[in-house]
Design a protein around this ligand. Structure first.
Ligand code: HEC
Ligand code: HEC
Length: 252
């Protein structure tokens, strides 16, 4: 027999369901336990660049659902105002200086039930969880102040690394004279360390972060008057710009 609800019973039900809802709301805002936070990949300590490292990662992993077209969970990450919003239930999405208190880190690391970002179950390649390295990168950026220039992001430069881009380029253009024990002028392109060390006469030809002070670019532009075989040293414009970008980004 179904129990019949009298008025006081209804009231009790109402009150208890309100209480349950309130508990839920409070539960949702409970801070992540310290033991869970301790499992987060550590923040990078080297300087992290927003335009070349962070924004491209957001773009690849998040904009499909939080970009100009869709704003799942009413969250939009391609604009500064949008990205820094306080989320509905989990505190600030990005708390500048405090990566361990930033919801995007908690979500990317899967510390919040049912809120792993990107969510699993999409097409292969489209919902891959962020790697530990990527989470470390984001943490480093947030802990360093979460710099985000005002206005629209115009110039997005892809990151250029020694391995694979520069390594392949130098192997193709330079290794026949600058490799192994007999490398001309003691300058070898066999490893990034050797390239950064430079040669016997010129010494260092790369100043990380400073293209203007990197004589390698003058040599590769065919504008170094003193280098023997200048014609063997000139490379095309496009790879030259790539080497320049690699140096500007810190020659890593
Ligand atoms: C395939 C779609 C998809 C992708 C990709 C995705 N998200 Fe989400 N995101 C969602 C959905 C759906 C919600 C709403 C979930 C809910 O509220 O239950 C959400 C909610 C969020 C929220 C909470 C917003 C709020 O105000 O409550 C944050 C923060 C967030 N996502 C961050 C990210 C980050 C960071 C990335 C990239 C690393 C990402 N998401 C990638 C679908 C996506
Ligand atoms: C055909 C051979 C040849 C090729 C190819 C070549 N170089 Fe050289 N390079 C030389 C010679 C010869 C010297 C002078 C060595 C000396 O002074 O003993 C030299 C000198 C240098 C030096 C100065 C080393 C020092 O003495 O401090 C640098 C730097 C250098 N090359 C970079 C490059 C780079 C980068 C490339 C590829 C874009 C390249 N070279 C391609 C032959 C070559």
């Amino acid at each position: 027999m179904k129990p019949r609800l009298n008025a006081p019973g209804l009231l009790i039900r109402l009150v208890s369901s309100l209480a349950a809802a309130a508990t839920l709301a409070i539960q949702a805002q409970v801070p992540i336990p310290a033991a869970e936070l301790a499992k987060l990949p550590p923040p990078l300590t080297r300087p992290v660049d927003f335009k070349t490292e962070v924004y491209p990662l957001f773009k690849a992993a998040c904009f499909k659902c939080h970009g100009p077209e869709k704003q799942k969970g009413k969250y939009r990450m391609d604009t500064k105002e949008g990205a820094f919003k306080v989320t509905d239930d989990h505190g600030p999405a990005i708390a500048a200086g405090k990566s361990a208190q930033s919801a995007i880190i908690h979500m990317a690391a899967g510390l919040i039930d049912e809120m792993l970002m990107p969510p699993p179950g999409g097409k292969p390649g489209e919902s891959d969880p962020l790697t530990r390295e990527q989470i470390s990168l984001l943490r480093g950026w947030i802990d360093q102040g979460a710099a985000w220039p005002d206005g629209p992001i115009t110039e997005i430069v892809a990151p250029v690394r020694f391995d694979p881009e520069i390594k392949a380029l130098l192997a193709g253009s330079c290794a026949k004279c600058h490799s192994g024990a007999g490398a001309e002028g003691g300058f070898s392109v066999d490893s990034m360390d050797r390239v950064l060390t430079g040669g016997k006469t010129y010494g260092k030809v790369v100043t990380p972060g400073n293209p203007k002070k990197s004589s390698l670019l003058t040599i590769l532009a065919g504008k170094d008057e003193d280098i023997p075989k200048p014609e063997a040293h000139r490379i095309a414009d496009k790879p030259l710009r790539q080497v320049e970008e690699w140096i500007r980004q810190g020659a890593r």
